[in-house]
Every structure is written in C-alpha cells, then in structure tokens.
Design a protein around this ligand. Structure first.
Ligand SMILES: [Zn+2]
Length: 111
C-alpha cells in the first residue's frame, strides 16, 4: 500500500485565507488533489489520510486500487521526478486553483 505526503502549501485568496497543499502519493508521485492543512506531512497511510481529509476518501480509495508504480529503477525515479516537477510547476492536477491563490513560499521571499 502506498503512503502519501502533503506538499508545499499555498495561501488562498479566500476570507479567511486557507493553506491548501497537494496530497501526493509517495509511491507513484501522483497528486490526488488539494487538502487544507497547516503543516506538511510525509508517510501518511491511506487510512490516516482518509480520516484527516474525508473529502479525499474517494480519490484515495480509487488510487489504492490503481497505484502500481515500483520504487526501484532509475527510469521510474526519473519519471517520478518529472511528475513532481509537473505538480510543482502547476502543469498537472494542483495547478487549477493557482489563479485564485498565492504561493506561500513566494510571499516569504517577498517576490
Ligand atoms: Zn500512487
């Protein structure tokens, strides 16, 4: 069973502002969606993730059934790294809400 991590957050432009973070499978690096979380987490089991973010229950359940990516070969690791880069740069999944959100880390740097 894969575990999940909650990645770097962005602050929404809503009132009150929320910190939303991508929920990412640690086995295949697919981003399942965004969750509201104050802190980053790693090695979160599917059960804990479902209990913590009930809105992700369906995505988690479905992902548990299809996630087969092995952690082994260099080719897989490269593909996984590409996937993470896609998520970070907003090309897949988590990019949609950027239009009404801000990158928290950017704010700290004053850029
Ligand atoms: Zn996965």
């Amino acid at each position: 069973m894969p575990t999940y991590k909650v990645g770097p957050g962005m602050v929404t432009a809503t009132t009150p502002p929320k910190v939303v973070r991508p929920l990412i499978c640690e086995q295949c690096f697919e981003a399942l969606g965004n969750v509201s979380a104050v802190a980053q987490y790693t090695s979160v089991s599917a059960n804990v993730a479902t209990a913590t973010w009930p809105e992700m229950a369906e995505q988690l359940r479905r992902h548990e059934g299809i996630c087969t990516a092995p952690r082994v070969s260099g080719e897989d690791l490269r593909a996984a790294a590409d996937g993470v880069r896609d998520v970070v740069e907003g090309r897949t999944g988590v990019g949609a809400w950027r239009s009404d959100g801000r990158q928290a880390d950017d704010d700290k740097l004053g850029t």
